[in-house]
Design a binder for this molecule. Structure first.
Ligand code: PAF
Length: 289
């Protein structure tokens, strides 16, 4: 592990990637904000399986947090994260400081104007401007051929794919499945904020997803009935507060009333003061001809 390089500036990072590309290597990138858990490690493993080099980036991105959000308290432990990342197959890390990333009073940002008008884009204004801007900068520094993101942040992946398409980044984006705790809670760096009673209440998210999936598999196609079921389950947890429960086209996030094609069922809730998200894609099985 001592020989695994850790880069702090885009120039150093780019020089390394350039050298690896010259050696004919395929470079993969796994962007993270640290506080790595099994979900991140599954991305790193997927990347290492597909690519000759795997760069993990660790950067808690201030511009994707609103002033009242958890930027200050977001867990940071670079040493532990690096050891987990390298253990899972990373071959380099990019860990710039905030000053390196945003020094010099920047005034250019990446903004998407359609799919950010719903879900987290509405609840967290400017969040995706921060995400897309930092991902663009991380791609420019790491110069990857492929990049891996978790499907728990479903809207984020769609937006990154759109950015890559619209701005001609030569990067192939792969979405990897949501990784869950044994009891069903989707893994998230924010789960560590939950107090023990809240941790139990947080299960209402995966329970809602399971119940909705079952109702859908039993033939229900009207999204208001699916949303009603999820609402009932979430509201039965005493520390929960719903931000949104929403059913949207899985490709472009337009609202859906009756499910006829793959459809995203997405939830964002507060458990106490911790905001958690989860989702599933409901896919109707085509009738055999
Ligand atoms: O999903 C995350 O951890 C972050 O939004 C990302 C993509 C690393 C950008 O800061």
């Amino acid at each position: 592990m001592e020989n695994i390089p850790i880069f702090r500036t885009p120039d150093e990072m780019r020089a390394w990637s350039h050298e690896k590309h010259n050696q004919g290597k395929v470079i993969g990138c796994v962007p993270t904000m640290g506080a790595l858990h099994e979900g991140h490690l599954s991305l790193i493993r997927a990347c290492a399986k597909d690519c000759g080099e795997t760069i993990v980036t660790i950067f808690v991105n201030p511009i994707q947090f609103a002033p009242d959000e958890d930027f200050e308290k977001y867990p940071r432990n670079e040493k532990e994260d690096l050891s987990l990342a390298f253990g899972a197959g990373a071959t380099a890390a990019y860990c710039p400081s905030v000053a390196t990333m945003y020094g010099g009073d920047p005034s250019v940002f990446v903004i998407e104007e359609k799919m950010t008008k719903c879900l987290d884009g509405l609840s967290r204004p400017n969040h995706f401007r921060g995400v897309l801007t930092v991902v663009a900068k991380l791609f420019n520094a790491t110069n990857p051929d492929r990049a891996y993101f978790g499907l728990k942040d479903y809207q984020q992946i769609l937006l990154i794919k759109q950015m890559v398409h619209d701005l001609d980044f030569p990067v192939e984006i792969t979405g990897c499945p949501i990784i869950r705790e044994p009891d069903g809670l989707a893994m998230s760096s924010r789960n560590r904020y939950l107090l023990s009673a809240e941790r139990k209440d947080a299960l209402c998210l995966s329970k809602a997803i399971d119940a909705v999936t079952k109702m859908f598999n039993n033939g229900e196609r009207q999204t208001r009935n699916l949303e009603w079921l999820a609402r009932t389950i979430i509201e039965s947890a005493s520390t929960s507060k719903i931000d949104y429960i929403s059913t949207r086209d899985a490709e472009d996030l337009s609202p859906v009333k009756d499910i006829e094609k793959p459809t995203l069922f997405a939830l964002a809730i507060y458990i106490g003061t911790t905001r958690l998200i989860d989702n599933t894609v409901l896919t109707p099985v085509k009738e055999e001809q």
